[in-house]
Design a protein around this ligand. Structure first.
Ligand SMILES: NC(=O)c1ccc[n+]([C@@H]2O[C@H](COP(=O)([O-])OP(=O)(O)OC[C@H]3O[C@@H](n4cnc5c(N)ncnc54)[C@H](OP(=O)(O)O)[C@@H]3O)[C@@H](O)[C@H]2O)c1
Length: 298
């Protein structure tokens, strides 16, 4: 498995296991433990969480099934979690909102550690930019969790380059990644400055919903029908599956992209692992881009 270095004390596996769907998967505790062990065996050692996944349940499901049963697995994995989304009803609130105050981040950090069954995560991300946040306060919170040893590294998710620059300007530690939607479904972040910004900072990106949340396989929209036609032809050429081609489309990018899988199916996660060895030509990369956008570059 290829590793992606984010800092002196953090390397992620290029394929990251995402835990957003573990509550919906209805896996038993033993089945979830078995899936995590299979991932570790495949070299998928990085695991992505957030407090809000599964309506605030996924971190605890993982902690109960994995780390409270097999605490020795903790040192074999890199845990990522996030902070700063408040779902409706959580504090009696009517609407979802983003909150990156110091109080909220420190509280969410402690709750995540408790639920996951660990004393630290390897990476804490601000989940989404909070338009009401004072960046000095958010930076103070991030430095505090690192000083306390509760998070070894910090980063962001869904941040524009300018938002990252602003937050970084208040921080004495580096933001080590930006976790963004990047896929053959959503190609926009390749062209709006997000990738350029990552290169400028010398940091890798993490791609969420790399299979477009499954739309690439199921949707009958013209865009996805067009994409499937091109992906199938390229997959046949490489004697592989369309899932592997979709992941490879991200992995061949020199900015260094770690893709977070969403499936709870080990065979489907294996397709992502296979893709780390798959080379795509410039022509194939552009054929997929063109199929996604519906037009050729000028
Ligand atoms: N930072 C953020 O704001 C953010 C936002 C969203 C997600 N995330 C992270 O990204 C992770 C992945 O997101 P995602 O779940 O949307 O990822 P995804 O991999 O794009 O989509 C997963 C969906 O695709 C389906 N799928 C996978 N392979 C398939 C195949 N061969 N045929 C048909 N369907 C297939 C899965 O179904 P099966 O389960 O049946 O295989 C699942 O429903 C999450 O777990 C989370 O950790 C982060």
């Amino acid at each position: 498995m290829k590793k992606i270095k984010l800092s002196e004390n953090l390397e992620l596996s290029q394929v990251v296991m995402g835990c957003m769907r573990i509550a919906d998967s209805n896996l038993t505790e033993n089945e979830l433990l078995d899936l995590v062990e299979k991932c570790l065996d495949m070299g998928v050692t990085s695991i992505d969480h957030a407090p809000v996944y599964g309506g605030y349940t996924c971190e605890k499901i993982f902690g109960d099934a994995v780390l409270r049963k097999r605490p020795e697995l903790r040192d074999k994995m890199q845990l990522i979690t996030k902070a700063g989304i408040v779902c409706p009803g959580h504090y009696g609130n009517k609407t979802i909102y983003y909150k990156s105050t110091k109080e909220e981040i420190l509280k969410e950090m402690d709750e995540s550690l408790e639920k996951l069954g660990t004393d630290h995560v390897d990476l804490l991300l601000i989940h989404r930019p909070d338009p009401l946040a004072d960046p000095a306060e958010t930076a103070d919170a991030l430095e505090t969790v690192v000083k306390q040893g509760k998070a070894l590294n910090v980063g962001v998710s869904n941040f524009l380059p300018s938002q990252m620059t602003m937050l970084q300007s208040y921080l004495n530690i580096p933001l080590v990644t930006n976790q963004m939607e990047l896929s053959v479904k959503n190609t926009e972040n390749f062209f709006n400055g997000v990738v350029d910004d990552a290169f400028t900072r010398r940091i890798p990106l993490m791609a969420w919903s790399p299979l477009g949340g499954g739309d690439v396989f199921k949707s009958t929209d013209e865009k996805f029908v067009r994409l499937r036609t091109v992906l199938t032809a390229i997959a046949e050429e490489h004697k592989t599956t369309i899932d592997a081609v979709i992941y490879a489309w991200l992995f061949v990018h020199p900015v260094r992209i770690a893709a977070i899988t969403g499936t709870m199916n080990a065979d489907r996660i294996q397709k992502a692992v296979d893709a780390t060895e798959l080379e795509l030509s410039y022509d194939e990369w552009y054929q997929i881009l063109e199929a996604s956008r519906g037009y050729a570059v000028p």
